[in-house]
Design a protein around this ligand. Sequence first.
Ligand code: TRP
Length: 466
Amino acid sequence: HDNSNIVTSLQFYNNKSISKHRKKHIQSADIDAAVKLLLKLKVDYKQMTGQDYKAGCPPSENSVVPDNGPTADGADDEDTVNPWSVSTTNAKGVDYDKLIVRFGSSKVDKELVDRIERVSGQKPHRFLRRGIFFSHRDMHQVLDAYEKHKSFYLYTGRGPSSEAMHVGHLIPFIFTKWLQDVFDIPLVIQLTDDEKYLWKDLTLEDCHRFAVENAKDIIACGFDINKTFIFSDLDYMGSLPEFYRNVVKIQKHVTFNQVKGIFGFTDSDCIGKISFPAIQAAPSFSNSFPQIFGGRHDIQCLIPCAIDQDPYFRMTRDVAPRIGYPKPALLHSTFFPALQGAQTKMSASDANSSIFLTDTPKQIKNKVNKHAFSGGKDTVEEHRKYGGNADVDVSFMYLTFFLEDDEKLEKIRQDYTSGALLTGELKKLLIETLQPMIAGHQERRKQVTDDTVKQFMTPRPLNFNI
Ligand code: TRP
């Protein structure tokens, strides 16, 4: 905006030697324009930050930008990333580097991965080595504190929208389990049955039942019962006053405009949705769990999650200092691609796009062979001659998530790219990786009794030193 004319006019208007008549003239024209411009700038400000403009208060570092629309330069208008939808037109998947810029987070670079290795004394998880947890907020601060013997706790969650969990749902849990082991820290897992009731056409009873069922799959990932608390919002919100007190504090410090800006809520969304973000924010503060942390509110929280959940935590980080709590740190993962291709993530509501945790070895084999999008050529001759494209090949992508051996993975990539490895052979390697992994999960899930679930979900002290 070119305001120089208006500024000059305002200065002119302030000059006392100008006649009243002349001032009146200026007032009617230029001042009107100036006021209009200021009002428009205020509206723009509110739209971009979700907050009312206040003179002398620049937006905070984490002040939110609407994440479900294109940025001003229109550069990434093909990628949609928000808690309810993920899509791109690019077969390689979402452009994650652009997302880092758009969301204002930081890249998990080699320096950070090396540092995690040094501080934890463990080889970094393959999700870190391969850029699957690719973005973060404040990880260096967490590690600085940890090195000074100031520990932290983990918080992650799941929205129980059905009984059917797929392999993509395991990504944050597999990684969180690794973090719990290498840092030896407590973990809270939120099951947002309330959220799914508000967003989907489901009964409260169903959502709660899915929460308990999903807890079994989560427990089967191997979490330490002495260091892990899993809770259903529907149960816990009502039973622990401290949790609800934090929800209310957050609700008081976030405006409708802010959540509209962050989540795109409209006037016709029910008020439950509008206030829900406060409930997902509350576990980021340690005094929401008095049975674990006593009355302490100052224990640092680290949240591993898929990047689509970031809007919730941008909001959380924005309110934290205003209610006297530390901001949670974050580690963000990429999405787990659908079988049909990386343009969308795997979705439980589309059976053909997903490998479920209940699938039999035969179902796994059929789904991979039939539906996994291939970067190979149409005929064997062409494939041998020109090679395949691993960057868009879903079977190869899945192997980067689940095949532990770096050298083997690199050899597969080279052979596929050169044409030495055929699509059918690549799929076979994936099938052979998935079948034992899922059978193992089913075996561990079978061991999880109702009593075990009850223990994990009972508010109680956990075993840790912070
Ligand atoms: N909203 C998430 C979902 O629908 C569930 C969730 C709650 C969550 N708290 C979280 C996910 C913390 C990651 C981290 O799946």
